[in-house]
Design a protein around this ligand. Structure first.
Ligand SMILES: Cc1cc2nc3c(=O)[nH]c(=O)nc-3n(C[C@H](O)[C@H](O)[C@H](O)COP(=O)(O)OP(=O)(O)OC[C@H]3O[C@@H](n4cnc5c(N)ncnc54)[C@H](O)[C@@H]3O)c2cc1C
Length: 438
């Protein structure tokens, strides 16, 4: 045991130190504290604090927030309950009601400074959790090949050493903890899209609160429009990586020009006033990282990051917190760290793989001639859009109501296209034929 560790006061030693206090960190802290663990939760930010993220999250996440014991504080924000979700392009309209998932048939889009702060209010009241804001972690402390704590500074003050049995990195996709412990990325997927977004006031809502992705004719830009808390609407645009250098020169113009070029949005946003500065993110590759080692673990984006276009980050972060809390509980019942964390990793990867693989479909379509890729995509999407029950199942892939693997199975997609042909194309052809004869 290191001299430094021996000198540390026993009262300063926690069961778990969690670095990062947003979705993954706060959820992990609450779930461990409920099991009686003494938790130290650290974040370099002081809350309320925004971060680069403009999320929509769904019924499956709401069910987890309920299990964690914070759904009431999230509901109290009184954000509009988003019931309409989907994709709208000049060729098809796949906007439909969200199916029920986790007992909830709606989603929320809440600004992160509001959402994270509300959850942290609950964290602050828990006697097993010590929460220190404005604390930047700079390093991990090792003893005999095992992580035993962290070093950092409170508001830039003198360096402090803090000790725990386990250090959890919930410090986001650029995780410092992951770097310090040399956690390897073992799978990654190139991102082809940069994102720019801002919050607007006086953006006209549809007849029900909605979260809709608008595609333009060339499919070069997607525009995501979510009804958010406090009467705001968040508008984000996806820009191909090849256009990013040009787009970042003038983010305001990039954002405004792209969304205003969509006729329905030009109308909805006619009186809109931008209330925040334009935020953005360069293309950032999705990845899986080794999520544990001696004395350390990773939760949330720190361990697995998937392109924000999927709208899965919050859900994945919450779920990894739940899985880690299950692992912790198994450990208390005398399972080994290695054994229990192997299960953690396996479950995390198995549950998140289908969406991770789903986003690579676009990449695979790009490997065939673009016209053919566009043709196949339009054929399938139009067939889905014209069958309301199928459109609802498609949308259910995003809130966990539909199995992605079953829906995207080639046999199922073929069935959908054939059924559309029989229901829509065949009668149309027949009418044309009859019309031509009379
Ligand atoms: C543009 C954009 C749009 C998105 N849209 C969606 C969406 O629609 N739906 C969805 O579900 N997800 C979305 N996401 C993803 C979602 O934001 C993330 O998946 C989620 O924030 C991950 O939470 P986390 O707690 O793991 O990490 P983070 O939210 O990144 O939190 C990490 C925390 O760690 C702290 N920290 C970092 N380093 C240190 C350090 N050295 N010392 C102390 N503290 C530290 C940071 O201050 C931060 O508070 C989007 C992301 C982006 C970028």
């Amino acid at each position: 045991m290191s001299q430094e560790l021996l000198q540390s006061n026993l009262n300063d030693t926690y069961d778990v130190i969690i670095v990062g206090a947003r979705i993954a960190g706060a959820a992990t802290a609450l779930l461990l504290a409920q099991q009686g663990a003494r938790v130290l939760l650290l974040d370099r930010a002081t809350f309320p604090a925004p971060t680069v993220s403009c999320p929509v999250f769904f019924g499956n996440s709401l069910a987890m927030l309920e299990r964690i014991g914070v759904l009431d504080v999230v509901e109290a924000i009184d954000a509009p309950k988003i019931t309409l979700y989907g994709l709208r392009t000049p060729e098809f309209d796949m906007v439909t009601h969200l199916p029920k998932s986790g007992g909830h048939d709606y989603a929320y889009s809440i600004r992160r400074e509001v959402l994270d702060t509300a959850i942290l209010e609950r964290v602050r009241t828990h006697s097993n959790i010590t929460f220190r804001e404005g604390f930047t972690v700079n390093d991990v402390i090792w003893s005999m090949g095992q992580v035993v704590g962290v070093r950092g500074r409170q508001n830039g003050g003198a360096e402090q050493s803090l000790y725990a049995c386990i250090v959890v990195g919930a410090d986001g996709k650029r995780s410092k903890i992951a770097r310090m412990v040399n956690a390897k990325i073992y799978d990654s997927q190139k991102s082809e899209t940069a994102i720019f977004y801002a919050y607007y006031r006086h953006f006209a809502q549809l007849h029900e609160p909605s979260a809709i992705t608008y595609g333009n004719q060339q499919r070069r830009h997607g525009v995501l429009v979510f009804d958010a808390d406090d009467g705001l609407t968040v508008v984000s645009v996806g820009v191909p990586a090849t256009e990013f250098d040009e787009a970042r020169k003038d983010p305001e113009a990039t954002l405004e020009q792209i969304w205003r070029a969509v006729p329905e949005l030009a109308e909805r946003g006619h009186h809109a006033v931008r209330e925040t500065k334009v935020m953005g993110q360069a293309p950032f590759d999705s990845f899986y990282r080794q999520p544990y080692g001696p004395g350390w673990a990773l939760v949330g984006d720190a361990g697995h990051y998937v392109d924000p276009i999927t709208g899965q980050g919050i859900n994945n972060a919450l779920r990894s917190a739940e899985l880690f809390a299950e692992a912790w509980s198994r450990m208390q019942r005398h399972s080994t760290w290695q054994r229990t964390m192997t299960i953690y990793q396996r479950k995390r990867d198995t549950e998140t793989r289908p969406m991770y693989n789903f986003i690579s479909i676009g990449e695979r379509l790009q490997q065939i001639p673009p016209e053919l890729g566009m043709f196949i995509g339009t054929l399938v999407f139009r067939a889905i859009a014209r069958q309301p029950d199928v459109a609802k199942r498609f949308v259910g892939m995003f809130n966990g109501a539909t199995s992605i693997e079953l829906f995207t199975n080639p046999l199922n997609l073929t069935r959908i296209v054939v059924r559309d042909g029989l229901q829509n194309e065949l009668p149309r052809l027949a009418n044309t034929f009859v019309g031509a004869r009379t």
